[in-house]
Design a protein around this ligand. Structure first.
Ligand code: MN
Length: 134
């Protein structure tokens, strides 16, 4: 048994991968013992990920606020606490807060054979982000 306290500092999401203020707290990091990567992620209003994919897919579980997500070619969708969203392996997508609300989610993904859990792409433009949710 291993209990990890909140000794690791909250990290700010790098601007290469996120737009706006996004705060990351690791829950578990892939190691010899697990392929699971899990984080608590908090987005300020208007903040969101860049477009990206997960080689083995990803589940996010919304815990707070109001958010938005979109898969490439699909409509922007509003997401709320209690929603669990699975992004299929290789499915290009983004997730973030609504323009006028914070949003927090737990993000869970497993590594592929190279150890990767995410492949990053271009930022989500204000125009794409600003579409009214379907
Ligand atoms: Mn994702």
């Amino acid at each position: 048994m291993q209990i990890t306290g909140n000794s690791a500092a909250t990290r700010l999401g790098p601007s290469e991968w996120f737009t706006g203020a996004v705060y990351l707290d690791a829950i578990t990091t892939p190691s010899d013992n697990t392929s699971l990567s899990a984080s608590m992620v908090r987005f300020a209003p208007g903040a969101r990920t860049a477009w990206h994919t997960h080689p083995r897919g990803q589940t996010i579980y919304i815990t707070e606020g109001i958010g938005r997500c979109q898969q490439r070619g699909g409509s922007v969708v509003e997401i709320r606490p209690g929603d669990s969203i699975f992004f299929a392996p290789g499915e290009e997508h983004w997730h973030g807060a609504a323009p006028d609300h914070f949003m927090a989610h737990v993000a869970m993904a497993v590594t592929d054979e190279t150890g990767a859990v995410v492949v990053w792409g271009a930022h989500v433009t204000d125009e794409a982000y600003g579409q009214e949710p379907a």
